[in-house]
Design a binder for this molecule. Sequence first.
Ligand code: MLT
Length: 199
Amino acid sequence: MKHIFNEGTSDRTLLLLHGTGGTEQDLLPLAEIIDPTANVLSVKGNVSENGMARFFRRLEEGVFDEEDLIKQTTELNEFLSEAADKYKFDRANIVAIGYSNGANIAGSLLFHHEQALKGAILHHPMVPRRNITLPDLKSVDVFIGAGHNDPLCKEAESKELYKVLEDNGADVTLHWENQGHQLTRSEVDAAKVWYEKKY
Ligand code: MLT
């Protein structure tokens, strides 16, 4: 997968996953805010939707192509192991930071692959799949940044994601904003406070 790797000075690695139409450059400033000492692995989505990069196909806005979601999630999970070998970072110490479509593939990693991530900061995620058995998430920390008035990731869906993750053992913090689907500085600051408490 197209990516950037920047070596840090700690044993933590931040995995950056951009939103639809983004690039592997987009979230680099977030890594700098959240943990400037961490390694950074920033990945570009492999799927193109009318020229816009994404991490998996969708049938329409908010309706995912589940088969492709599962396939791309497995590929990303394998890529994380390959990257850990290549760049010599700890595969068990990856915290994802994803926005929108990037948050959805990060959520899908948690839904499908045990120990894929140590933690995740999900900015405006949706519920990636329903009616499946999730892996045990008891050692996983998750921050969800949601919007009361987010037209894509509705309030009820944010609460549903919180509950599903919690029911499967994850330690989840749900943070609310009022700026629609936007990723605001105050949400990033709240994620930083959460990250510093956890790690
Ligand atoms: C998705 O397709 O992942 C969500 O609708 C968010 C987005 O627009 O990327």
